[in-house]
Design a protein around this ligand. Sequence first.
Ligand code: ATP
Ligand code: MG
Length: 399
Amino acid sequence: MPYHYDHILIRYGELSLKGKNRKNFIQKLKDNLKKALAGFPDLEYVTEYDRMYLYLHGHELDPVCGIVGKVFGISSFSPAIKVEPTMEEILGGVEHLLDLSTPKTFKVQARRHDKLFPVNSDTINRTVAGMILRGSDWKVDVHNPEVLIMIEVRQDAAYIMTDKIPGAGGFPVGIGGRAMVLLSGGIDSPVASYLMMKRGVHIEAVHFAAPPYTSADAREKVLKLAKLIAPYQGDIVVHVVPFTTLQLAIYKNAPESYAITLMRRMMMRIATGLAQRRHCLAIGTGESVGQVASQTLESMYVINNVTNMPILRPVVCMDKVEIINIARKIGTYETSILPFEDCCTIFTPKAPVTKPKLEKCEEYEKRWDWKEMVEDCINMAETIRITPAETIDEDEDLF
Ligand code: ATP
Ligand code: MG
């Protein structure tokens, strides 16, 4: 009767950190895993300097692995069985774990973390391999084995594993601070959000809606996208900004060709205001150089000019196909291509300026009192916390 895996061994991601930073990394990863695995209450988490162990305590392996694979900060993980740190127990564990009835090629790779363990790695490898060779038709292949038997011997236990599953990489979300991401209903900004989270940045989202020009369906689509990316950081706060009044004022006061540029400047101002209230240190967008008129360097220059905050643009130099590939991988693509209008698509001018001038923007903006409108947008933003499982409406006391 083969053993059932009772543990998952987790290897940390880019962990060149030392001292306190390392402690923070590990603690954050543990917190994030606990949040993501809240549906598995019996799991036990044991953290060590270079590994984390999840004790399944009867929970099924596959659904837990499915979630572990999405949590950032993990380079790889392996289902494992835990045995006493003795040669006898290790041999017994390997024998029970493997189904030796069909011939396969294999390699044993032992690591002795506990240097006081009386048998060295090489001898463990040879002893385990010898037992398998004697009891089956299995053959050793050190270069390209079908089954890699990994054994880690520690002071209190030995772990036996046969799979190494790639983790999501990156840093645990939250150790990189917070950013306010402009989330549209398109393909690019959900991908940009994902990439920021991957580098450890906890994100909040701001979405600009222009009812009645944009529909309830368009709004729902954005909330759905937020729900799809929420599992990567646990939950996500979305601010929906009522943008209609400001947008109409732009159309009334500026030439059509500058409408998109001015709209983007207003979006940046509002995002900056929200970011400050929410203690974010950066703004994020899904802009990509040259993709559309408002994403030339000239446009970015005048749009960037209204804020002092760093703007993170993770997809700025990616081709559309590359962005789409990530969108498919993270499961947002199908939702992003649903044909609901965005506030930008409705007000898109026939001939938007591709090389806007800063002086012109400033000149047009002198024509009306937009500051109050920007303030109103910030104050009237509807704040919604989205968890992977449910949606809770919240009020201003989130600020
Ligand atoms: P996306 O696929 O992210 O919508 P896009 O290729 O359609 O990007 P634009 O529509 O020019 O490009 O938008 C550029 C960026 O501006 C978006 O990636 C997003 O960050 C932000 N943005 C655009 N429209 C909105 C909106 N209605 N609400 C919030 N952010 C927006
Ligand atoms: Mg868009």
